[in-house]
Design a protein around this ligand. Structure first.
Ligand code: SAH
Length: 393
């Protein structure tokens, strides 16, 4: 067995291990071996020197991300066991080998007991995004494990970690192919087709996390005038159109996103759609269409607690604009993917937006993230996507 360097916790700080929470904060450390480097695998001991687990070390507030509660070598076999567990979970919830669905999140970091690792699956292609340096240093073993799991069907593994790792480390690496060379593919989601471009697209190429919410939108779209703001690849737009909306408008400030939306609209043979490369707030100022359904799925307005206040102002303004413009008896799908804005704060913000717009709102559905982005109850920080479907009058 490999002997890893050791970290000893301060007295009483082993509690998080017993709760199976995967992070150890720097303040919990009493003593550590000399010359630890970022991403190094370490053994964690209690103040009484009892073995607690193995994890990735990284200088910073989250100092250790726990990988195992048993003493074990962190090698290809380790990753094969871990990722197979995540794969089998997706299989059990009906996401694998489906004829009309071939995109899912295979690994969702801490929730899958692999802190800092995200892997998305797009029709035999895998995109890896590391959020911890240790994961990136383990990437060769992870790739070997993935090849073993998917076998000859696997076409490509692409590493897209430059955007998600600390700048000092990220400046020394490049995004690129670890296996195969596909730059994009066409996936199906409940039979809706999307072209996914992981090389040029945002994040890993697609927001898989909205799958079930897009499906719900289809239920409310027949014969309706639908506005999809912050549309990115046009996910919600395609579902609304194919479900029989009378008209669909898509808005995104990024020209590249609008091009992707147009491609996906074409791919699905849709004709009653128009796309606008413009800021959502500007679009609201000029548009005079009486929409029946509006989708608000902005990027995270707050990435840290320091800017929570500004984010609340942003969400309030955006939702108030939508409430003012929607028909009486219209429906708003509104989301926040900011981790630091909790449900209660988000809901309160939406209420104040309704008051400002002089509308009343009723909840048709509370929305969240899908089961391939699991909410692990030992790590509630992983619950990030919040949504409401509102009846507005
Ligand atoms: N709803 C999408 C994901 C949205 S991601 C889906 O289901 O796939 C957020 C998008 O908002 C990005 O494409 C980004 O370009 C866009 N964006 C950011 N700020 C914007 C603004 N002020 N107005 C319009 N679009 C904006």
């Amino acid at each position: 067995m490999t002997q890893y360097k050791q970290i000893i916790l301060a007295k009483g700080r082993e509690q998080s291990f017993f709760r199976k929470h995967p992070w150890i904060f720097s303040g919990a450390i009493k003593q550590k071996d000399a010359n630890l480097h970022d991403g190094e695998i370490v053994e964690v001991l209690s103040s009484e020197k009892v073995f607690l687990g193995i994890g990735h070390y990284q200088d910073g507030s989250i100092a250790i991300r726990v990988l195992s509660y048993e003493y074990t070598d962190i090698n290809t076999d380790f990753w094969f066991t871990k990722i197979s567990k995540a794969y089998n979970y997706r299989k059990a919830i009906g996401l694998i080998d489906q004829p009309d669905m071939n995109a899912y999140r295979l690994v969702f970091g801490e929730a899958d007991e692999m802190p800092g690792l995200v892997i998305d699956y797009y029709n035999n292609n895998l995109v890896i995004q590391c959020h911890a340096i240790g994961m990136h240093l383990s990437i060769k073993d992870i790739v070997e494990a993935l090849k073993k799991i998917y076998g000859s069907k696997l076409e490509t593994i692409y590493d897209k970690s430059v955007e998600s790792l600390p700048a000092t480390y990220a400046s020394q690496i490049k995004n690129g192919f670890l296996f195969g060379s596909n730059e994009n593919t066409i996936i199906q989601e409940y039979g809706n087709k999307f072209q996914i471009d992981w090389v040029r697209g945002q994040k890993t190429g697609f927001f898989i996390d909205q799958r079930e919410n897009r499906k719900l939108l289809a239920h409310y779209s027949k014969g309706k005038k639908v506005l999809n703001t912050f549309c990115y690849t046009g996910g919600f737009s395609v579902y609304a159109s194919l479900a029989g909306a009378s008209l669909v408008h898509s808005v995104d400030s990024s020209k590249a996103a609008i091009e992707l939306t147009k491609k996906n609209i074409e791919l699905n043979g849709i004709t009653n759609h128009e796309a606008f490369a413009v800021d959502t707030f500007d679009f609201f100022k000029t548009s005079d269409t009486d929409y029946d359904v509006i989708i608000l799925d902005p990027p995270a307005f707050a990435k840290s607690r320091k800017v929570t206040h500004n984010a609340v102002i942003g969400y309030k303004r955006l939702n108030a604009e939508a409430f003012k413009r929607i028909k009486s008896g219209g429906i708003v799908f509104t989301f926040s993917c900011s981790q630091v804005i909790d449900k209660e704060l988000f809901f309160n913000t939406i209420v104040s937006a309704a008051i400002e717009a002089k509308k009343t709102i009723k909840v048709l559905h509370y929305l969240s993230q899908p089961a391939d982005h699991p909410i692990n109850m030992h790590f509630l920080e992983g619950e990030y996507l919040k949504g409401l479907v509102l009846w507005v009058e």
